[in-house]
Every structure is written in structure tokens, then in C-alpha cells.
Design a protein around this ligand. Structure first.
Ligand code: BES
Ligand code: MN
Ligand code: ZN
Length: 495
């Protein structure tokens, strides 16, 4: 069920709607629209806030019925957190909670005023874009492998988004928000699918489906073709698996000029191989293809936005399992670039499949290459789950991606790629080892990739901490699709 959006400007008390959606700060302070509405109904909302019956805590929702005969049938009050701290995170959380509450109410239409709230230190249209993203993403449910599907009596159908923007500008921003959400939800769905369904062949089929349905061009390289290209690093990971590896290549041709190339780790299940992982939380290694999923999501969004750029998506896809034929610690493999690699730890497989994909990327003579991968536990230790790790060989590109992360509230944080780190990969038996010890593990992983990216401008995004949530909310987040789409929008505007 997709929501129909329209945009408008105006005041809440003049709307005829199933439901008004209004914000409320934690300190009882009211955003402009809420204050205007409150004045028109004799201060009822301030009284409810003052008595504690309506909470301004971020994401708290309070539904008020309208009087019979009034133009608004309900009013959903949504907590925005403390006014002084308002930022994209708070607004996203509030908007998500509002969308979910709305979707279980009796309303099928809403007049949504959270989109006109100004987020300090961000662009004037940020709240509108973020609200669309939050509504569409907030209503995503993973259902594919559940036999009980959620049934809805009154799903929300149309939302009028209020803002101070001109109509044409507002509509453009809504389309952007929708495209981001479609990309995010596609990435989440692929991420959430279990490893027994979402295999390399399944991902390849998805890319072929996208070729049929949205008009990108897809080619799938099988193991024989990879063999001919000399992709010994990638193929060494796949040897321990019964599922054949695939190299998925997608083209979106929306402009002329050299392409932006996105490369995403598509490891559909990472058991560690012979360097087997411990059992605890190993199920979460089905998410080890979230970098690849983000490439799918970004491609989908680029098509939907008709971006005037060329875009290539490359997803090396494999499983990593223990087997009699699997990589063994100490094995030496030869990459497509001709560099030899000693596999000291078979669990550092992501860099092995990525290095050949990064070498392959050079043939597109890219403007820039961005890779994304759930690459290292060390990145989670360094940055936790809030930021994506960012490392690259070109500071202007790194800055552009950091900025896109800020603008899309999908933030990344840069780590250094000094030559000293590269020394940790030295070994007596090959050109490099695939691991560099525990210290600076996210950086040495990037330093490994950096050995294969010297021909172009490149940034690596380590999404090990940001691509999925654990615990009760376990599931893929769709990150870094918002960051990528924002980067592509900026790139298209600036070229
Ligand atoms: N996919 C994992 C990284 C990972 C681990 C992401 C935990 C999120 C949570 C990757 O293939 C891996 O196993 N990396 C190893 C590298 C090490 C052997 C140098 C790691 O981080 O432990
Ligand atoms: Mn691994
Ligand atoms: Zn992995």
C-alpha cells in the first residue's frame, strides 16, 4: 500500500481532515502550527501538556477525538523531545511513531504539520523530506517469511504535508523523500531475508528483475567468467559454499560523463569459514550482504528520481562457510589485480570479495568509486551503531560524502588512512595478508582495499554498525541508502 502525498500550506484549524498531526515539545512548548491550533480551541492542548496527559517525550503519541461536527475528526499529538535539542534524529523518531499510530487509528487521511517544523542548522526543506522518508519507512513491515500477515482495517491512504515551501519545490522534495524510502525499504527487505532464501543467485535474480521492471541494464558474471578474469580472491571465498558466487553488475544510464560506481559487499551468510565464528548472534551474519542491498536501493532510487547521471552498481556475492574445500588459514590466493594475498583469517572474507570487485570497477573509468560493506567488528567498537565509518583516498570526495550524511541524517565519521597502517598487513609469504591484527581493525581493512583502488577517487563506507539493529528491533536499517542518494542528488546538481 503506497501512500498518496500532497503538499499544502495553511493553518490546522482550517483543515477538513480525518486527523491533524501536530508536534509538541517536551518542555510543553508548542511549534507554530500547534500553537495556532491551540489558540483556536481555547488552549486545550496546552492544558493537556501541562497536566501531563499529553507527553512531549520524543515519539510519545496522544490521540484526541474531535467534537461531533468539527472539521477535524481527530488530532494526533506527537512528542518531539526537548525543543533546544531538536534535530533530524528526533524528528525522524517522532514522525515514525506518528505514522505508526496513524496507521492503526481509524483515519485514512491526515493533515500532517510535522513537515513544517524547522530543524536548526539544516536546510529549510529537511523536515519535509525527512517526514516523507519516515512515514514510508515507518510503515515497512517484514512479512515475507511470516505466515500471519498484518491485516489492516483502516490503513492510511493519503497524507497532506504542510510546509512553507512553494508548491513546486515541495513536490520535488516529496518525490526525493519517496525515492529514498523506496530505496531504504528495498535494502531492508533484502537484508532481512534469511540466508537460505537470499543467496547469491537470489540477489542476481533481483538485479535481473530490476532490469525487467525499471529499465536498468544488468549483467551477471558466473564463476567461470570470474575465473577467466582471474578473480582468485573472490572465488577463494566461494569455494567453501555450495551456492555459486555471482558478480552482479547494474548500469543506470541517465546522463553522459564518467559513471559513479557503487560497490557493495553481498556476502549472503558469513559463518567465518574455517576461522569459524562463535555461535552467539551468528544469525545476524545474514545481514552481511547489506552493502550489496544498499547498492540495489540506491540504483532503484536513482531510477525513480531520473537522475541525470551514469551509475554503475557492482555487487560481489558469495557465502562464507567452512568446508573441506574452503580457504584455510595460510592459503595464498591471487587477486584479479595480480597481487597475492595470504588468507590468515578466513573470516576476513569481505575484503577478499571486494578487492576483485574494486579492480573490476576500474574498467568503467569511474568519476568516483564508493564501496560499502559490513566489513569489520572493529568499526562497531570504534563508532558504535550511530555512525558509518568512512575512509578514502580523496579528501574532497570524503567531504562530499560526510556532508551528504549530515544532510540526510545518515551520518558517517572519517577515520584516517595513513600509510603506517598498511604495514600491519605485511607478511613473509605474499604481497599482503588479509588481516592486520586487532589494533585499528577497521582501518587496516580499508588499507587492504586501498591496495586495489589507486587508479581512481575512492571512499569506503564500513556499515558494520549502522546497517542493522539487534535485540527487540532486530532488522536491517537500509543505511547508507539515504546518504548515497543524497550524495547522488548533490553530484547530479553539481556536475
Ligand atoms: N562480516 C564481518 C564483520 C562484522 C562482524 C560485521 C560483526 C558486523 C558485526 C566480517 O566478515 C568479519 O568477520 N570481519 C572480521 C575481521 C577480522 C577477522 C580481521 C571481524 O571483524 O572480526
Ligand atoms: Mn567474516
Ligand atoms: Zn563478513
Amino acid at each position: 500500500m503506497t501512500i498518496q502525498y500532497s503538499t499544502a500550506s495553511g493553518v490546522p484549524q482550517e483543515q477538513t481532515t480525518d486527523c491533524l498531526v501536530l508536534g509538541l515539545f517536551e518542555d510543553g512548548d508548542l511549534p507554530t502550527a500547534t500553537r495556532q491550533f491551540d489558540d483556536s480551541i481555547g488552549g486545550l492542548l496546552s492544558r493537556l501538556a501541562g497536566s501531563g496527559d499529553a507527553s512531549g517525550k520524543c515519539g510519545a503519541t496522544t490521540l484526541l477525538p474531535g467534537e461531533s461536527g468539527s472539521a477535524w475528526q481527530r488530532c494526533l499529538l506527537v512528542g518531539l523531545g526537548p525543543r533546544a535539542e531538536l534535530d533530524g534524529e528526533y524528528l525522524r523518531e517522532a514522525a515514525t511513531a506518528a505514522a505508526r499510530h496513524l496507521n492503526t487509528s481509524g483515519a485514512t487521511h491526515a493533515a500532517w504539520f510535522l513537515s513544517e517544523i524547522e530543524i536548526p542548522e539544516s536546510e529549510p526543506e529537511s523536515a519535509l523530506r525527512l517526514c516523507v522518508e519516515a512515514i514510508d519507512a515507518g510503515l515497512y513491515r517484514y512479512e515475507t517469511t511470516r505466515s500471519e500477515k498484518s491485516r489492516q482495517i483502516h490503513p492510511i491512504e493519503t497524507v497532506t504535508l504542510f510546509s512553507q515551501l512553494e508548491a513546486a519545490a515541495a513536490e520535488l522534495v516529496v518525490r526525493q523523500g519517496q525515492a529514498i524510502a523506496v530505496g531504504v525499504n528495498l535494502a531492508r527487505e533484502l537484508g532481512n531475508l534469511p540466508g537460505n532464501l537470499c543467496t547469491p543467485s537470489y540477489l542476481a535474480d533481483q538485479a535481473l528483475r530490476m532490469e525487467r521492471e525499471i529499465g536498468i541494464k544488468t549483467s551477471i558474471l558466473d564463476e567461470t567468467e570470474m575465473e577467466e578474469l582471474g578473480m582468485g580472491a573472490l572465488l577463494s571465498v566461494s569455494r567453501g559454499s555450495r551456492q555459486p558466487a555471482k558478480l552482479i553488475v547494474m548500469h543506470y544510464a541517465g546522463g553522459d560523463g564518467p559513471p559513479v560506481v557503487l560497490v557493495g559487499k553481498g556476502l549472503t551468510f558469513d559463518a567465518g569459514g574455517i576461522s569459524l565464528k562463535p555461535a552467539a548472534a551468528m544469525d545476524e551474519m545474514k545481514f552481511d550482504m547489506c552493502g550489496g542491498a544498499a547498492v540495489f536501493g540506491a540504483m532503484q532510487a536513482a531510477v525513480q528520481l531520473n537522475l541525470p547521471i551514469n551509475l554503475v552498481g557492482i555487487v560481489p556475492s558469495s557465502e562464507n562457510l567452512p568446508d573441506g574445500d574452503a580457504n584455510k588459514p595460510g592459503d595464498v590466493v591471487t587477486s584479479m589485480a595480480g597481487k597475492t594475498i595470504e588468507v590468515l583469517n578466513t573470516d576476513a572474507e569481505g575484503r577478499l570479495i571486494l578487492c576483485d570487485a574494486l579492480t573490476y570497477a576500474a574498467r568503467f573509468e569511474p568519476a568516483v568509486v564508493i564501496d560499502m560493506a559490513t566489513l569489520t567488528g572493529a568499526c562497531v567498537i570504534a563508532l558504535g551503531h550511530h555512525a558509518t565509518g568512512l575512509i578514502g583516498n580523496d579528501q574532497p570526495l570524503a567531504d562530499a560524502l560526510l556532508e551528504a550524511g549530515q544532510q540526510s541524517f545518515d551520518r558517517a565519521w572519517q577515520l584516517p588512512l595513513w600509510r603506517q597502517y598498511r604495514k600491519q598487513l605485511d607478511t613473509n609469504f605474499a604481497d599482503m595478508a588479509n588481516v592486520g591484527g586487532r589494533e585499528g581493525g577497521a582501518i587496516t581493512a580499508a588499507a587492504f582495499l586501498g591496495e586495489f583502488t589507486s587508479d581512481y577517487r575512492w571512499v569506503h563506507l564500513d556499515i558494520a554498525g549502522s546497517a542493522w539493529l539487534s535485540g527487540k528491533e532486530k532488522g536491517a536499517t537500509g543505511r547508507p541508502v539515504p546518504l548515497l542518494v543524497r550524495y547522488l542528488l548533490n553530484y547530479a546538481a553539481g556536475q
